[in-house]
Write a protein that binds this ligand. Structure first.
Ligand SMILES: NC(=O)c1ccc[n+]([C@@H]2O[C@H](COP(=O)([O-])OP(=O)(O)OC[C@H]3O[C@@H](n4cnc5c(N)ncnc54)[C@H](OP(=O)(O)O)[C@@H]3O)[C@@H](O)[C@H]2O)c1
Length: 241
């Protein structure tokens, strides 16, 4: 199997890549904004630069990959942003800004679709493929009982809609490609770090545990029969849209 993980140099993406590497049977392509041009790091492992907010970066990645890899079996997109040095998630409408909204939408939603668009030929040429975006329960409109976190919440809902729309289109064109939106659970990474002290005991998962749970779901759902994406959590339970 050839697997590309977008955002695999830290956090959940790195844990997923490390866990898959232990199986020692998959070609793994890890992306990060910190990596350079396509580079083979050992027999089965490659790294490449990708910034999902920049079409030129995604296109450059595609051009390098298509020379080397006949097709991609799994495309797992972990790229995500919640806070930066400049902003934290909004607590109220007064705090929303165009910058925060745009950056969250570009990274969490638009960038995921741009990657699929660019890699379309490599994803669809084989007899089956799985496209998975790491989403978040907070993107569920039904499940929004607390409010707040406008940009992140809205961008994840937009991601879910974008992936569902792609899945409907591709169900006609490329029925061999399956789509998955997965909530990883609250995981100990840079993204969750500022909020961890408010969590109930036992709710924070180590990234290695999250990776094992997500890989189990990827394997068991890679041939699902729905024309729509599954929107599930790390235990495989359906999440309301
Ligand atoms: N941690 C949680 O509790 C939690 C809960 C629900 C959902 N999630 C979701 O899980 C995913 C992974 O999050 P994480 O917790 O692992 O966060 P993290 O440790 O902060 O990692 C964020 C990842 O996103 C990548 N990224 C950010 N901006 C990017 C850009 N412009 N282009 C390409 N890649 C970009 C980073 O890659 P670089 O190496 O390029 O920086 C990094 O791999 C995100 O989609 C997040 O929303 C996390």
């Amino acid at each position: 199997m050839i697997v590309i993980i977008i955002g695999a140099n830290r956090g959940i993406g790195a844990a997923l890549a490390n866990q898959l590497q232990t199986e020692n049977q998959h070609t793994l392509i890890r992306t990060s904004r910190a990596f350079g041009s396509l580079k083979q790091t050992d027999t089965l492992n490659w790294t490449i630069h990708c910034d999902v907010t920049k079409e030129a970066s995604i296109d450059a990645m595609k051009k390098q990959l298509e020379d080397q890899f006949p097709n991609l079996d799994w495309v797992i997109n972990c790229a995500g942003i919640l806070h930066t040095d400049q902003y934290m998630p909004e607590k109220s409408l007064d705090q929303i800004t165009t910058h925060q909204m745009t950056q969250n939408f570009m990274t969490n939603a638009v960038g995921h679709l741009l990657v699929i668009k660019a890699l379309q030929r490599l994803i669809t040429v084989g007899t089956q493929a799985l496209v998975c975006s790491v989403s978040a329960r907070i993107g569920s409109i039904e499940d929004n009982h607390l409010g707040g976190w406008y940009a992140y919440r809205m961008s994840k809902a937009a991601l879910n809609m974008g992936i569902k729309t792609t899945a409907i289109e591709w169900a006609r064109l490329f029925p061999q490609v399956k789509f998955l939106l997965i909530h990883p659970g609250t995981t100990d990474t840079d993204l969750s770090a500022p909020f961890q002290n408010r969590l109930p005991t036992g709710q924070l998962q180590a990234a290695t545990r999250t990776a094992k749970l997500l890989i189990k779901q990827l394997k068991s759902n890679q041939n699902h029969t729905s024309k729509h994406p599954l929107f599930i959590d790390y235990n495989g339970a359906d999440i309301d849209w």
